[in-house]
Design a protein around this ligand. Structure first.
Ligand code: NAD
Length: 450
């Protein structure tokens, strides 16, 4: 279908009011849950084909995640749709004031390839819950998942309200020419800028879920073994292709050796002696990203790993030390299984290091001291922070997810997603029966004293 007629169809649906009722929204969400349940095996297979994701990882980070997202939303949707009453000032008495959530209209969701299901469907859940019509643009870099979306979604969701458009950058650009009421984009900052410029043409608001270098700080008083296991899990999940993966570590120099040793042990306990044979270790999305990552390998000392295989798009979990802060691996977001470990003399210099750079999407602090963690939290900026663990904050739908500064703008998850795809219309309503003269001209001196 031509994009302009597709847009016309969705706008027509939106204007008809079909998507407004609680019942319609619930039906769509339940249909989506049914699709995930019925086609779980196929979806996991597509994730495996695109990224070598194991079934367990595919379930934990994509299918299971989405299933609980839908449950959480369905349970609360009626309440979220209710107006929120606020107090009425005396001057406007009698009457009532409230915030009425209303859908935005027709919205565009552009997904990324690293969690190709979660990053496409979690925004969709929020957009449908808020009563919008939606165009979905999956990432072309996860082709198996993208084509499965185009095949399955039309069988489950109202086609007059939800459309999948597959294609690459050209398709995304063509979509961006259209007038949407909101755009949510997940991906890198370069394209983020393109999206925002295109949106500006129509004064369309955007949510940009971007990336950046997310640091992990390990202080001397941390439980080193547990810190290393949790960092290793967050880093090498999906072969490091996670927007909130720890990008690099700043470790207190007094515990550098035990920390490196504990990291090595964690890798081997997860993936055995050779991660190339591990079912639970993924592959790099394509050859271009693989080459980009391999080029980083000589920018420091290899403490662990460094093996690679072009054919299998494999790069071993790798720990790098002695990395110069001005080298590309410390200047660019790594987005792969290489972990530079740098030393710092103390917390203050870790804070200074982080503050000297772009505000990251995620920040991880590891310390046995609540005071030190508080200091790290209060003296740095980050979209999200998780102390003494990595990634786990994603499991709490009561916490909004989003970046700040170059790591993004806007937020979603749970009620925050519903709010992103809604307009909170302010409404004041007054009765006719009380209409004193004092607010109307002529403003006599008596009235001015009131
Ligand atoms: P990508 O290549 O999958 O691109 C994302 C989307 O942008 C795709 O749908 C693609 O078709 C579209 N696109 C590509 N070029 C375009 C162009 N010229 N014009 C318009 N659209 C275009 O994703 P990526 O950029 O490789 O993703 C990696 C980045 O995404 C990393 O920086 C990562 O940190 C970030 N990321 C952020 C989150 C988050 O939730 N904040 C999640 C995942 C990834």
């Amino acid at each position: 279908m031509e994009l302009s007629s597709l847009m016309q169809r969705l706008r027509h649906t939106y204007v008809s009011g079909l998507t407004r009722s609680h019942a319609w929204r619930m039906t769509q969400l339940k249909q989506l849950a049914l699709m995930l349940e019925t086609h779980g095996a196929e979806l996991l297979e597509a994730l495996h084909s695109d990224l070598g994701k194991s079934q367990a990882e595919g379930w934990l980070t994509e299918l299971g995640y989405l299933t609980s997202d839908i449950e959480h939303t369905c349970k609360r949707l009626r309440k979220w749709m209710q107006p929120t009453r606020v107090s009425q000032p005396l001057m406007a008495w009698p009457g009532k004031s409230f915030l009425q959530p209303e859908p935005l209209g027709v919205v565009l969701i552009i997904g990324a390839w690293n969690y190709p299901l979660q990053l496409l469907l979690s925004p969709l859940i929020a957009a449908l819950a808020a009563g919008n019509c939606v165009v979905l643009k999956p990432s072309e870099l996860a082709p198996a998942t993208a084509s499965l979306m185009a095949r399955l979604l039309p069988d489950y969701l109202a086609n007059e309200a939800v459309q999948v458009v597959n294609g690459g950058a050209d398709t995304a650009q063509a979509l961006l020419q259209q007038r949407f009421d909101h755009i949510m984009y997940t991906g890198g900052g370069r394209v983020g800028r393109i999206v925002m410029k295109a949106a500006a043409e129509h004064l369309t608001p955007v949510t940009l879920e971007l990336g950046g270098k997310s640091p992990a700080v390990v202080l001397a008083d941390a439980d080193i073994k547990t810190a290393a296991r949790r960092i290793a899990w967050g880093k090498w999940l999906n072969a490091g292709q996670t927007c909130i993966a720890p990008d690099y570590v700043l470790v207190d120099e007094s515990v550098k050796e035990p920390f490196l040793e504990a990291l090595r042990e964690a890798i081997e306990s997860f993936f055995g002696d050779d991660a190339a044979d591990a079912d639970d270790y993924g592959m790099i999305v394509n050859e271009q990203h693989w080459q980009r990552l391999v080029d980083y390998l000589d920018q420091g000392t290899l403490y662990y790993g460094g093996e690679f295989d072009r054919q299998a798009r494999y790069i071993e979990p790798t720990i790098m030390t002695e990395v110069a802060t001005d080298s590309p691996v410390m200047q660019e977001e790594i987005f792969g299984p290489l972990l530079p470990v740098l030393t710092v003399p103390n917390l203050a210099s870790a804070i200074e290091f982080i503050r000297d750079r772009d505000k990251p999407l995620a920040l991880y602090g590891f310390s046995g001291s609540t005071r030190s963690l508080q200091q790290l939290t209060e003296q740095t900026h980050a979209g999200n922070q998780c102390n003494n663990d990595t990634l786990m904050f994603m499991l709490n739908p009561k916490l909004p997810f989003g970046g700040v500064g170059p790591s993004g703008m806007g937020r979603y998850h749970g009620k925050f997603g519903f709010d992103t795809f809604s307009h909170q219309k302010s409404v004041m309503q007054r009765p006719f029966w009380f209409d004193p003269n004092f607010r109307y001209p002529p403003y006599t001196s008596f009235k001015q004293k009131l």
